[in-house]
Design a protein around this ligand. Sequence first.
Ligand code: BGC
Length: 742
Amino acid sequence: MNFKILFNVVPALFLAGCAGNGGGSKDLAPYQNETLSLEERVEDALSRMTLEEKVAVLHAQSKFSSAGVPRLGIPELWCTDGPHGIRPEVLWDDWDQAGWTNDSCTAFPALTCLAATWNPEMSALYGKSIGEEARYREKDVLLGPGVNIYRTPLNGRNFEYMGEDPYLASRMVVPYVQEVQKNGVAACVKHFALNNQETNRQSVNVVVDDRALYEIYLPAFKAAVQEGGAWSVMGSYNKYKGEHCCHNQYLLNGILKRDWGFDGVVISDWGGAHDTKQAVENGLDLEFGSWTNGLDWGASNAYDNYYLAHPYLELLKKGEADEKTLDDKVRRVLRLIFRTAMNTRKPFGSLNSPEHLAAARRIAGEGMVLLKNEGGVLPLDPAATKRLLVVGENAVKMMTVGGGSSSLKVRHECLPLEGIRTAAEAAGCEVAFERGYVGDLRTEFDGVNSGQDLSETRSEEQLIADAVAAAKEADAVIFVGGLNKSRHQDSEGSDREQYGLPYAQDRVIEALSAANPRLAVVLVSGNAVAMPWLDRVPAVLEAWFSGSETGNALADVLFGKVNPSGKLPFTFPVRLEDNGAHAMGEFPGGDSVRYNESIFVGYRWHDAKAIRPLFAFGHGLSYTTFEVENVKADRMSLSAKGTLRVTADVTNTGDRAGAEVVQLYVGDEESTLPRPVKELKGFEKVMLEPGETRTVAFEITPEALSYYDDTKGEWTAEPGAFTAFVGVASDDIRGSVNFTLE
Ligand code: BGC
C-alpha cells in the first residue's frame, strides 16, 4: 500500500466531491475549502488565529521548517535548497545531513549552464523537473532560483546565477519559476538584492546608483515576480542604503511590495535578520536562521528568541508594534501555505525518474559552450582517435558535493572520465587517464561524503611528466580542469582570489600543448578564467558544473552526438582589469563596496571602452556554420505605442544539423544620459538542418528602448535615433538597421 498516495488522494477526492455536489463543503471551515478564493480563505484563517499563533508562523521552528497552526490543522512549511537539486534532509537544528537513505536526488546543471542554453524551453524543463523532485520530497518552498547579476568573475557564487545580462536572466527565470510552482512548490527567488560577492556578505553595504539598480540588478527579480508569479523571495545578507536587505524599507516595502505588487512572502536568508523593529517594519515576513543546534550551542537563543518570535510578541503586547503590519505578514504566510503545503490538488511529484536524468543530460549538453575549435580537434573522430588520453582532476572529482548551500547528495553522478570512457569504448577507442595536478582532496560537505579517494603521492613535477609522457602516445588529449567548488574555487561564503586557474593547471596545459597538438581543454566551472595558453590550445569547451549527467553530456558534445549550441551568459575578459568592476568600481570593498562602473557591467563595459574580450557575451561555436543575413525592419520609425519588427534570415551553411542563437541588441544613438553601445533585447534559438534557412523575427517596443531616468525616478524612452543590431554574439554582429522613435 502506498500510504503517500492514499494520504494525498483522499482529501483531493473529498474536496472534488464537495465542489461537485455542493454538499460536504459545509462541513469544512471556509479556510479549508478550496472552492473559495484564496483571499477569502486567508481572511477566515486569520480571523481564527490568536496573537501567539500569528507570531508563531513568522519564524523558523527548525533549520528548514516553520510552524503552521496545529490547532487549526494548518500545516508546517518546509523549505529546501535549491537551486540545482533538492538538498538532502538536514538535522532539525543543524546543517549536517540527517542521514536519511531515501533523499538522494538528481543534480541538474548549475544555473550558469541553464542560462548558457539561451533556451527558455530548457528553463521550463528544468523548473518542471526540479519542482517534481521537490514535491516528491514533500518540500513546499524551493530556495531558488538565484538571479544575482554577474558583476565580476571573482564572485564565488556566480555558478548559482544566470549571468551578466538582465534581459537574458529575466527570460530564463520566468519559465523556471512557473514550472516549479505548477507542482504546488513555491520558488523562492534569491538573493534580493545586490548580493554580488561573498566577501563580507553579511555586512557589506552596496553603494550603487539608481540607474544600475533598476536597469541591471533588479529586472530579473521583477520578471520572476510579475511574469513568473513567484510566491516567495529571499532577502539577501548584504546591506543597501545602510540597511540589511532582509529588512530593507526601500527594497522590500517600496520596490517589491508596493511598486511590483508582490503578494508573497519575503523570507530572510538564513541568519540575515538583525533587528526586531526593522524586521517588523521593513518588510520581512518569515525569518530563518542559523543560530542554534537546539541543545547547547545557542540554546538560550533558540527559535523563540528569533527577532520575529518572542521579541516581536513582546512589542505587540506592549502596543509598540501594530496589528495591521502583523496581519499583513500573516496573510502572506497563509497565502504561501495555501498555495503549497495545504494545496490538496497539487501533483505527487517524482524523484530520480529517467525523465529527470534525461532532462539533466539534455540541459547540460545544450548549455556547454564551445569557445574555440581549430584544426578539427572536435568533435572527436573515433576512426582517428584510437588512443584517447584524459588528463585532470576534474575528470574524476564529484562536483555535486560542495560549494555551500547548493551542495547535494546524488543517487549517481556520471563523472567526465566515466562518460568519455563509455562513449569512447562504444566507438572502439581506448581511454587512458592521468591526474596532471592535485587540487582539492576533500570529499565531504555537511555530512555528505562522496566516498571518493582522491589521495595522490606523486609530486607536481612527476604528475606533469607522467601526463606529458602519456600525451605523446595519444591520438588526442582532453584536459578536464577548471574550478572545483572548494573554498575560493566557486563556493558559497568565499570569493575567488585570482582570475587564473588554480593549482598547477596552467603549467599542465602548457606542457600538454607542447606534447600533443590535438588538445582540447574542458573547463568545469561557473566562472570565467584567464587563459594564458589559449594561443597554443586548439579547442576549448566550457562545460560548467553540470550535475548528475555531466560525463554523459560532455561525451555527447565531445563525440558530436550533440552539436554544441550553448552561448556564454557572461563575458570572459582577457585580464581581470578589463572588467568594469575591477577597472573602475570596487571589489570586494570593505564595509561598503561602490559599483562605480554603474550600468556598464559585462559586455556593456567592453563595448563602451572598446576592450576586446577573451570570449564575448553571447559567444559559442557549433560543429556546423551559420550565416545571418537580410537584417531588415518593417518600418523606419516607431511611434510611442507602436511595434517595430526586425527580421533576419539564418542559414545552416555547414554539413550537420545544429542550432544557432540569433541575438538582437539595441543601441540608443543620441540620449541625454549615457547609455551602453548596445543592449540585448531579444534572442531566439533556431534549430536548422544543413542548408536550411529560417527567418527570425523580433518585435521592438518603446519599452525596449527605455532607460531609468534617475532624475525623475521613472523609465523613459527618449525620441531619436536607434540601431537594431542582429548577430550571433555581442562581438559578432552580422547586420543592423537604423530607426527612430517618434
Ligand atoms: C544561503 C542561501 C540558502 C540558505 C539556506 C544561506 O547561507 O545564502 O542561498 O538558501 O543559506 O541553506
